[in-house]
Structure formats: C-alpha cells, structure tokens
Design a protein around this ligand. Structure first.
Ligand SMILES: NC(=O)C1=CN([C@@H]2O[C@H](COP(=O)(O)OP(=O)(O)OC[C@H]3O[C@@H](n4cnc5c(N)ncnc54)[C@H](O)[C@@H]3O)[C@@H](O)[C@H]2O)C=CC1
Ligand SMILES: Nc1nc(O)c(N)c(N[C@@H]2O[C@H](COP(=O)(O)O)[C@@H](O)[C@H]2O)n1
Length: 233
C-alpha cells in the first residue's frame, strides 16, 4: 500500500488545521487484551496486535510528526518505532532513568539513527533537570550517543508534566504527536488536568492476560470525542 488508508486520513483530517497554541494534536493509541492489559507479567512485551493492526500502527506513525513513549517502555521494549519512514522519538522522564537509554545494548533508536540515510530520526529525550551531578553526566553521555536531550524550561515547571511536555514539543515545531504508552504514560494522558487528547485508538486483542499483567488507569474521563476501537486481530 502506498497511501495511508482512508479510514485513518479521515479520522485525522482535522490535524491538517493549525494545532492549538499550547500543544500538538495528540493521538493516544495502544493495544490491549480483553481484560485491559497492555503487557504481561513484569512488563513482558506482548504481541497483542495482529497483522492488520500493526499495519495501522505503522501508518499512524507516518501520519504524525513525533511518537512518544515513556522511558519505561523505551528501556523495557527497546522499540524501533519505525515503518516505511523514520521517526522522531520523544520520551518523558522526571528521573535519571530515561537517561539510561544511552546504554548501547538497548538503544535501537540510536543505532538506527547512527546508520544514517534515513534509517531513523534523531531520538529526543525529554527530562526535567535534576540537581544531582550524575544527571548532567548522563545527559552528556546520551547526547554523545546521538540523542537530543530537551530539558523542560523552568517557566513550564508550574504546569502539569504532560502540559509542560506538550507545550515544549509544540514550541519545537511538533504539530501532531502519537502517544503509544506505556501504562504510566497512558494513565497520565487520560488523567491530565487539561484536555490534551484529540483521538483515542485502541486495538483490542481477543485474549485474556490475567491479573499479573500491566494495566493503565483512567483517573478521569475529560474528553467527549468518540473512541475508536480496532478489533480485527
Ligand atoms: N500494548 C501496547 O500497545 C503497549 C505496551 N507497552 C508496555 O508498557 C510497559 C511500560 O509501561 P510503564 O512501565 O508504565 O512505563 P512508561 O512507558 O509509561 O514510562 C514510565 C515513565 O514515564 C515517565 N512518566 C510517566 N508519567 C509521567 C508524568 N505524568 N509526568 C512525567 N513523567 C511521566 C516517568 O519517567 C516514568 O518512569 C511495557 O511493558 C511495554 O511493553 C508500552 C507501549 C504500548
Ligand atoms: N500497536 C501495538 N501493538 C502491540 O501488540 C504492541 N505490543 C505495541 N507496542 C508498542 O510498539 C512498540 C514496539 O515497536 P517496534 O516494533 O519496535 O517498532 C513498543 O515499544 C510499544 O510502544 N503496539
């Protein structure tokens, strides 16, 4: 297929307009089991999406300016976040943990970027500044490994971390953001005090994972747009 499917382009048609001033358009999308689990015991990455759903996810990746995953997902899954095109990654962290991403054994995004010729875009890591000198050491190491580290500016500190992140990304020219997870990030976007999600697209796989699987929470439902479920497995 050489063009994005019509059901996705029509779903995201409004993203051609000017985004809000304080944030990009945001699509929250992930795959879950019937009992609402997005990963297995101890975060084991699961192939919940079938072929059709993966094709959809890869098209979605091409239809957004950037993809966000939490540092937990970046470290646990070591994702590529690619498809036919290459992508920017931004991920959010309030701790030094995200900066561990520079570890070469688990940094496919950095390796793809280093290959050049469009194999992958430069990963961005978003972090709050930490007073610990170790933070600066790790930031420098991550930048040396090829990432761009964005530090949340002090003037955004009073806002919720999601609002501050989105504002920063918008300032950096990101007009549309695809948020893939994981559990904490999904929970944070569902619970953000300002409405900040335009589209929710959930793949449901016809499996049960059980209580030890990883799940997200929906602290508050703050949006009125319809949800889109992608069920064919
Ligand atoms: N089925 C699916 O579609 C997907 C499943 N996953 C799964 O999710 C699991 C990882 O999820 P988690 O461990 O919850 O990690 P996560 O990917 O949600 O990242 C957690 C980190 O994000 C940052 N963060 C989260 N909320 C924040 C907030 N409000 N403000 C600032 N920073 C914040 C913090 O650094 C935190 O440590 C993995 O097992 C992965 O396989 C991940 C993505 C998609
Ligand atoms: N759409 C979807 N379906 C699943 O079943 C999944 N487990 C995920 N996970 C997300 O995709 C990332 C892996 O991407 P690559 O294949 O490495 O490009 C993973 O980190 C999650 O964000 N998504």
């Amino acid at each position: 297929m050489t063009a994005a499917p019509e059901y996705l382009t029509s779903l995201l048609a409004s993203y051609a307009r000017e985004p809000p001033k304080t944030r990009p358009f945001v699509t929250l999308t992930f795959a879950q089991s019937l009992d609402g689990k997005i990963a297995g015991t101890a975060g084991k990455q699961l192939a919940l999406s079938g072929h059709e759903s993966l094709v959809m996810t890869h098209w979605l990746r091409t239809l957004h300016d950037a993809i966000l995953v939490g540092s937990g997902t970046a470290l646990n899954d070591d994702p590529q976040l690619n498809s036919a095109l290459a992508f920017t990654l931004a991920f959010l962290s309030t701790s030094k943990r995200a900066l561990d991403y520079g570890c070469p054994q688990r940094a496919k995004l950095l390796r793809n970027y280093a290959l050049g010729s469009g194999a992958g875009r430069q990963p961005w890591v978003v972090s709050r500044r930490d007073a610990d000198p170790e933070w600066e050491t790790r930031r420098q190491a991550l930048e040396k490994a090829g990432a761009r580290v964005l530090v949340l500016p002090a003037e955004l500190e009073s806002r919720s971390s999601i609002a501050a992140l989105l504002s920063l990304l918008r300032t950096e020219g990101i007009r549309s953001l695809m948020v893939e997870g994981g559990a904490q990030i999904i929970t944070a976007f569902f619970g953000a005090s300002d409405t900040c999600v335009d589209t929710v697209l959930i793949t449901t796989a016809p499996v049960l994972i059980g209580a030890s699987g990883v799940s997200y929470k929906v602290p508050e439902v703050r949006f009125t747009s319809p949800l889109f479920f992608f069920s064919p497995h």
